[in-house]
Design a protein around this ligand. Sequence first.
Ligand SMILES: [Zn+2]
Length: 122
Amino acid sequence: MNEKLLLELKEKLEEQKASIEAELGKFAKKDDKLKGDWDTKFPKVNGGIGGQALEDAADQVEEYVNLLPVEHNMELRLQSINSALEEIKKGVYGKCEKCGKNIDEERLKVLPEARECGKCGK
Ligand SMILES: [Zn+2]
């Protein structure tokens, strides 16, 4: 792969990484103990009393439950992006994880974090 394209893809990956981290940061907290893991912040229920407080609490729990799969997806994408960046550093970027062949450059332009070639991947 030529240097110029590699640089372009690296920039793209770094941009995506930053934007996912920013998104995640809105509702999740980076887990310091586990590298690459994020925890959705459990909403703080403001200690009110009465029906309204309970209702608010229920809404927030529902929001939390809805956010979990979103967080998980973002986390997975972030992991692929990080692995791709790691591979660029090591100079082994752009190889298919399954068959070891070079991944099509056109495919990488669309999906720079792709780990599989067009034949092995979806
Ligand atoms: Zn393959």
